[in-house]
Design a protein around this ligand. Structure first.
Ligand code: HEM
Length: 243
């Protein structure tokens, strides 16, 4: 295949996979936050506007966050292959290109993953699914100036976080933009709308946020070394990237 043909094939794969992701996310977003539908007397639902469904604001945000996540997955793989080439002293030119593109795109994607996409996702959740938000944060009782649990294990029986490490007032600030806001705890909601597996949700969410924070730090350090012109010969950084 010629270079141009190769480029267009890559573009077609990119457009196809991102469009496919768009429709998948919009279907999921409609279940998370249904809009543009009519409820019939037999309890069935009919979509009243396909266009509005495809522009569900929840879905647009979810799409941006998920596709940034996909980009991050991709750039870590590309950077790892590039770092491996540089360490093995093979395909040096490709190795440098892979690492440079991986680090530049990765730094941007990791930053966007936290702000604004992750941050806004949390704010939407607080507004539209407060019980899910309380479960993700392990908050059982409502609190004004609610703390953010960085670590700890939710104890459903005792309704508390065991071995907590918290940052005061931060959850109120992140969810509502002010440290004075009240965040509703799980006890405010009937048990039948509590998420079914609270520990799974709590740990999955904390692992995601922990990884997001770690990844942005790694990419920022790599971007700094790239900018200083020393990344390609900093062995420990290449070994870390290849691993
Ligand atoms: C500090 C960083 C991050 C924050 C604050 C954050 C925040 C959030 C929030 C609030 C949700 C919604 C959860 C729900 O609807 O129950 C979410 C979902 C999600 N996050 Fe993150 N996230 C972060 C990092 C990451 C990273 C690093 C990845 C992957 C590389 C990622 C991938 C996802 C995915 C795939 C979803 C599911 C999308 C959905 O269906 O709503 N996130 N995130």
């Amino acid at each position: 295949m010629s270079k141009i043909g190769h480029w267009f094939a890559a573009l077609a794969v990119f457009i196809g996979s991102w469009l496919s992701g768009y429709f998948t996310i919009m279907a999921d977003a409609w279940m998370q936050h249904p809009i543009a539908y009519i409820r019939h007397t037999d309890e069935s639902c009919e979509v009243s506007s396909f266009w509005r469904l495809l522009n569900n604001p929840w879905g647009l945000l979810q799409y941006a966050h998920t596709m940034c996540g996909a980009l991050i997955t991709g750039v870590f793989a590309v950077s790892a292959v590039g770092a491996f080439y540089l360490l093995e002293r093979k395909h040096q030119e490709s190795g440098r290109a892979f690492v440079s593109v991986g680090v530049c795109v990765g730094t941007l994607a990791c930053a966007l993953q936290i702000f604004p996409t992750g941050d806004l996702h949390g704010k939407y959740l607080a507004q539209h699914q407060p019980a899910t938000m309380a479960a993700m944060e392990g908050l059982f009782n409502s609190a004004r100036g609610a703390p953010l649990a960085i670590m700890g294990q939710p104890d459903i029986e005792e309704q508390k976080i065991d071995n907590p490490l918290v940052v005061n007032k931060t959850l109120s600030f992140l969810a509502y933009g002010t440290t004075l806001a009240e965040v509703k705890g799980l006890n405010e909601f009937p048990r039948d709308i509590w998420p079914t597996n609270i520990p799974l949700l709590y740990f999955a969410y904390h692992i995601m946020v922990g990884l997001g924070t770690w990844m942005v730090a790694v990419m920022a350090l790599a971007a700094f070394l790239l900018w200083r012109g020393v990344l390609f010969r900093t062995r420990w950084a290449l070994v870390a990237a290849a691993d």
